[in-house]
Design a protein around this ligand. Structure first.
Ligand code: GLC
Length: 850
């Protein structure tokens, strides 16, 4: 055994610069109290053969955290005898065992991280190695070429397989030593997570590269990278009886080989020499998910009106076109709460401007829409037009707010406005400047929120050069400097994956400044882990294909699992032509998306709900009315999630039924909140489908027919006519709903998401109608919900947080507590009397068996 080299100086590790998670940025966040400080357990220096690695093991915000970084200047691996060898942190206690536990057998081989006495058993063996980046990528290359797509077609080259791409890009950095991690996987382990990648729910057997990429082609399994990077994974083994949650906090390009090349291993290759790895372990997916959710803290709850229906198109080209669209919603008696403006509202695609001829200054349009209870949300792109006469550009230039090329001048790319420069969102001063631009734009125009786009960031000339510099790292050493192994963070490639999140953060602050008492509304195309604290996301450019609709379910479930809260996909698809049937099925799925937006691109046919004929229009109206009817349920579930009381809104069946292995890979059905199981139709010409109902008593929401699965889960064949999506509700569920205004009605009434005078509570009896009434509630049902909180508030302020926290009287908000008492549904109210409903109707539903 070879003892390790130099004394460890973890404090000199500049890991912080490579990490998105910065508590100061999250001051506004609410959430359950977690261990905010960090307790250090051990420091160690590991000889990895080709380089030496400093490692600090600590407890951070409730999770185990490993900070790892290769020590600068030691790439020879010859420092074995020097200095303190197996130094351990003085605070560490058991830390000294850590060092001697590392063995460096062969320089090329992995060093295993055996169990440390004091370290809770994760169940997975982790090993590390240091390897030159070029070598690691070469090893990845042949694996990429074995893609199933290429094998099947023999012709199609999967993206990223062209061979020359990585070679060229990493040219200067090929010799750099990077850290690589390998986890030995139990045979049966399923791998969930990784945010927005296109693959089945269980990602085992696939490999991906996290590198935020603007590519509008279809998002299916052949794609290695999409718009977002959320390096969070869940590994669940039934055999071993555990679930592990891993967060690889590193925003450089990173390759995740999820048992693709080696069936028994997960290999993580970040193009970096330092990272933080957070680990948490529990028995079940839900337990681990909640721990990670607590770690990240509270989530972004949109104003209630933003949970209504959104209509968008690239582009409604003028104010009069918008008026026509809005009138058509009115004429067809369709509810609409938010109208989006795509890039053509701008003056020559310049952010924070309005096309003077087509939109005036925006104010009139905002006013016209607000009269009908419709919010206006314009797009803002990341790139700023390079134009001397454009004030935003001028201010950005003077303030030193743009990313710099190697010559020290702002880097100029090419996006919609032509020559474009990119705000340097890594710099705090740039985020402050941007926030001010947002604030003044929002205040002047009165728009209700912002939609952020092209923030991977996109450049029609190809990826931004790796070497771009941010002012935030002006004094950081350049990568060519061999001393600078810890310079991760100094070049664009090191923080590329969080560009979109930094832009979101800056925009969030701008919206907050503009309206301090209101919840900001924004969502973004690109993001990194942790984005949920202040912005939502949408899945970017999808194509109007059945395959794309099918893929959306696993995509949204996984994004939600990884913490993203406010999310949706373009209903009907963005590219290509949507058929009537596809639109119906997409809209039915969209009813469950927090961000329910119909959006399509410039070259496709119009896809507003009336564009597909009368029969389709009626079905789509039914969908929209369903959404508004159950808006209070959605709102309650989202508020509970934000406050850390709930699991994500979209939940896999696996998460809800950990003891039922049949649920592990179900991805054509999901839980919508805690009480509804949704089985959408995702294929053409399907009018009935098989639904697996886990153990319990289930009501079909459409007709209240009951399916008794108390003896155990089973599959049923269920009608799924074109006009409806099968939804099942748990026995014992207490579901709040609002009634819809009688048609025909005025736009204001129809579009409003304000709290009405009456609430109807659907109370699904915990037992079958014919069962003995005297049996206690818990005995009758296996799924009975004991109580449920329903939130009432103005819909856009912050009083609800207090209401939830105190469950007592607060101004501006109140809570209903619905519960069962001796088999009867009932309620109590606490909070602001002004928020109370005039009437609460309780409908007891006692179904007969189907
Ligand atoms: C991007 C966005 C899309 C938008 C278009 C024009 O492709 O993803 O939603 O419509 O740009 O702004």
């Amino acid at each position: 055994m070879k003892e390790t080299a130099k004394a460890c100086k973890p404090d000199t590790m500049q890991l912080e610069s490579a990490i998105f998670w910065r508590e100061k940025d999250f001051e506004t966040k609410q959430g359950p109290s977690v261990d905010a400080g960090a307790k250090i357990w051990a420091d160690a220096v590991l000889d990895l053969g080709q380089a030496t690695c400093a490692l600090r093991w600590k407890l951070h915000r409730g999770l185990q955290c490993f900070e790892m970084g290769l020590i600068p200047g030691d790439t020879s691996g010859t420092g074995s005898d020097s200095e303190a060898g197996s130094k351990s942190g003085s605070e560490a206690g058991s830390g000294s065992t850590a060092v001697s536990a590392f063995e460096s057998k062969d320089r090329k081989n992995w060093s295993s991280l055996p169990e440390l006495e004091s370290r809770p058993n994760w169940g997975l063996a982790l090993s590390l190695r240091s390897v030159p980046l070029g070598e690691a990528l070469k090893e990845l290359e042949p694996k990429r070429q074995r893609s199933w797509l290429q094998e099947q077609s023999g012709t199609v080259q999967p993206e990223g397989c062209q061979g020359d791409e990585p070679e060229k890009k990493i040219d200067g950095a090929r010799q750099k030593q990077i850290l690589q991690l390998r986890f030995a996987l139990p045979e049966d382990a399923k791998i969930y997570g990784l945010g927005d990648v296109a693959a089945p729910l269980n990602r085992r057997g696939y490999s991906f590269t996290l590198w935020n990429t603007d590519d509008p082609s279809v998002q299916l399994e052949h794609r290695r990278s999409l718009y977002k990077s959320i390096p969070i994974l869940f590994i669940h083994s039934r055999q071993e009886g555990f679930c592990l949650g891993l967060f690889f906090d590193q925003s450089a390009r990173a390759h995740f080989d999820l048992a693709f090349s080696d069936r028994e291993a997960l290999i993580y290759t970040p193009e970096a020499s330092a990272l933080r790895l957070y680990v948490t372990k529990g028995r079940h997916l839900s337990e681990v998910q909640q721990r990670l959710a607590h770690f990240f803290g509270g989530r972004h709850l949109p104003a209630r009106r933003m949970l209504g229906f959104h209509q968008s198109r690239w582009s409604y080209a003028s104010q009069s076109e918008v008026s026509q669209v809005v009138s058509a919603f009115d004429r067809h008696q369709l509810p609409l709460s938010v109208l989006h403006l795509d890039i053509d509202y701008m003056d020559g695609f310049r952010d924070f401007t309005w096309h003077p001829k087509h939109f005036g200054d925006g104010q009139k349009l905002v006013h016209e829409l607000e009269e009908k209870e419709i919010a206006l949300v314009p797009i803002i792109d990341a790139g700023i037009k390079q134009d001397e006469a454009y004030e935003v550009y001028q201010r950005g230039l003077t303030g030193g707010h743009f990313l710099k090329a190697e010559d020290g001048q702002p880097y100029v790319g090419w996006v919609w406005p032509g020559h474009t420069v990119y705000p340097d969102f890594e710099q705090k001063k740039t985020r402050d400047w941007w926030a001010k631009e947002v604030e003044s734009f929002v205040q002047k125009s009165g728009v209700s929120g912002i939609w952020l786009d092209m923030n991977e960031p996109a450049n029609f000339n190809g990826d931004l050069p790796d070497e771009l510099r941010s002012g935030a790292y002006e004094n950081a050493p350049l990568e060519q400097n061999t001393e600078a192994v810890f310079a991760d963070g100094s070049l664009h490639k090191d923080w590329h994956n969080r560009y979109g999140s930094q832009m979101s953060l800056a925009t969030y602050h701008g919206l907050q400044q503009a309206r301090p008492n209101q919840r900001p509304f924004l969502f973004s195309r690109a993001c990194y882990a942790g984005q949920q604290a202040y912005a939502g996301v949408w899945t970017g450019d999808s194509i109007s294909l059945w395959a794309a609709l099918r893929a959306q379910v696993a995509q949204l479930l996984t994004l939600n699992l990884c913490g993203i809260h406010l999310l949706g996909g373009d209903i009907g698809g963005f590219g290509g032509q949507c058929t009537a049937e596809l639109m119906i099925r997409w809209m039915q799925l969209g009813c469950f998306m927090p961000l329910m937006r119909n959006h399509t691109e410039i070259n496709s046919a119009y896809q507003e709900p009336w564009c597909f004929g009368q029969e389709t229009l009626e079905i789509l109206r039914k969908c929209l009315n369903w959404r508004y009817r159950f808006l209070p349920y959605l709102y309650d579930e989202m508020a509970a999630v934000e406050l850390g009381e709930g699991l994500p809104l979209w939940r896999t069946l696996a998460m809800m039924h950990p003891d039922d292995a049949r649920c592990d890979e179900i991805q054509d059905a999901f839980y919508f909140g805690s009480q509804m199981l949704v089985a959408p139709v995702l294929d053409p010409a399907v009018r009935e489908r098989v639904v697996y109902l886990p153990q319990g008593l289930w009501y079909r929401l459409e007709d209240f027919k009951v399916f008794d699965c108390r003896e155990g889960g089973r599959s049923i064949l269920c009608e799924a006519n074109l006009d409806h999506c099968p939804i099942f509700v748990k026995a014992g569920a207490l579901i709040p709903s609002w009634s819809r205004p009688q048609e025909p009605c005025r736009a204001q009434e129809r579009n409003s998401c304000d709290q009405p005078k009456e609430l109807t509570l659907l109370a699904f009896a915990p037992h079958l109608a014919q069962e003995d009434e005297k049996v206690s509630v818990t005995e009758k049902s296996l799924t009975c919900e004991e109580e449920r909180f329903h939130l009432v508030d103005a819909g856009d302020g912050f009083a609800y947080r207090e209401a939830f926290a105190q469950k007592s009287a607060v101004q501006g908000a109140g809570l209903y507590r619905f519960y069962w008492q001796e088999g009867e549904p009932t309620y109590q109210y606490t909070g602001d009397p002004k928020q109370q409903y005039e009437k609460v109707n309780i409908v007891l539903i006692e179904g007969d068996e189907a």
